[in-house]
Design a protein around this ligand. Structure first.
Ligand code: WQD
Length: 342
């Protein structure tokens, strides 16, 4: 079974991708520095797939350790690179942490593979589009000035990858531009595990509903949208994980589009924050305690993806709807209440 390196593999999207890789017949190998995740997730993954994934704990910003690992593991045929700092708000407060962590780790990986053929899937984001001029946003939409250092690291990383693929003959690369990943594995054994106060909407909703947070503050409802709330393309994390397997398979087959390619990974459907709250209330049977507060700096008003290219050329399409996203997120929050994972 070909070995696929999953950096950040104990994280939210990484752990779900490890599960789907194994189910697709691959051998996942995890590198994680555990700066934003727990090693207990390894045992949780084992409960799902029946084997404990190979795990190496070190920081990819450490050039020596990264190079040594890659040289000692010549049987790795592909990489899915999740490891990065990813909190939009924190990136505004600590830009140097974001530029250092997100670029040094990427460049160390690429340089370690300078002489070796490698299939490389990169975790990018719809933040590269900024506030799109047209919706649904397509992969050929202009990349706009990022609204945060986090978004800027994704834009510049894509440029580094595109130029590396053009200059060297050993890299075959796909960047996946995520929209808003939510939900959890159906087993409720893995899911989103925010450390501290959640930045993202869904964990804040589920933590409020279970009583861990007093109330959700909705950041504004006076936007130019049908109901006044921001609109997002929420995508189930398991669908997102499967998109990474499809990307590895396309690279193994040979991507007719060339050595660097980009795909939107969303559902193609936008829901407002209010619609998301209502969907959660419907599946959970809970009445959510929320109030509308001031807008959050840098928020995009409305974004959802055109997923035609992903469906026709990546051979992948999201299968799970908003109710499964909400019910799986709620089941995971209830699991955590009985089985805390710190
Ligand atoms: C969604 C909507 C908020 C919290 C970011 C990154 C993106 C990806 C996902 C990493 C917005 C509203 C949120 C809250 C709220 N990150 N909201 N109250 O900002 O769309 O995307 O996270 O992969 O790259 O940009 O996600 O969940 O923070 O916000 O009202 O307590 O929910 O205003 O409209 P976002 P989010």
């Amino acid at each position: 079974m070909s070995k696929i390196l999953v950096t950040g593999g104990t994280g939210y999207i990484g752990s779900h991708t490890v599960v789907e890789l194994y189910k697709a017949g691959y051998t996942p190998v995890i590198i994680d520095n555990l700066s934003n995740s727990s090693s207990k997730i390894l045992a949780q993954i084992e409960k799902i797939i029946g084997v404990k994934p190979e795990f190496h704990q070190f920081d990819l910003c450490d050039t020596e350790q990264t190079t040594a690992f890659i040289n000692n593991n010549p049987d790795i045929s592909g990489i899915i690179h999740f490891a990065a700092s990813k909190a939009v708000g924190e990136s505004v407060q600590k830009p140097l942490k974001y530029y250092h962590n997100n670029f040094f780790s990427l460049i160390n990986l690429l340089e370690a593979y300078q002489e070796k053929k490698i299939n490389f899937v990169f975790s990018s984001s719809c933040t590269v589009y900024g506030e799109p001029d047209a919706l649904p946003v397509t992969e050929s939409a202009p990349v706009k000035r990022a609204s945060s250092p986090y978004g800027n690291t994704k834009q510049i990383a894509e440029e580094i990858l595109a130029e590396s693929a053009a200059a060297y003959d050993n890299y075959n690369i796909i960047a996946l531009r995520y929209f808003n990943p939510v939900g959890a594995h159906e087993s409720a054994l893995i899911g989103e595990l925010p450390l501290g106060v959640p930045q993202n909407l869904l964990p804040f909703i589920t933590q409020t509903a279970i009583g861990k947070r007093e109330k959700l503050t909705v950041f504004g409802n006076d936007f130019d949208t049908p109901d006044g709330y921001c609109i997002r393309d929420f995508i189930h994390v398991v669908d997102l994980a499967k998109a990474h397997v499809a990307a590895i398979q396309l690279l193994e087959k040979g991507n007719p589009n060339g050595k660097y390619d980009v795909f939107n990974v969303g559902t193609g459907k936008g829901y407002s924050v209010l619609e998301a709250i209502k969907a959660f209330e419907k599946v959970s049977g809970k009445t959510l305690n929320y109030e509308v507060g001031p807008r959050r700096e840098g928020d995009i008003v409305k974004v959802y993806g055109d997923v035609t290219k992903s469906s026709s050329e990546l051979g992948w399409k999201a299968q799970l709807g908003i109710e499964e996203m909400m019910s799986s997120a709620w089941k995971w929050e209830n699991y955590l209440k009985e089985n805390p994972i710190e």
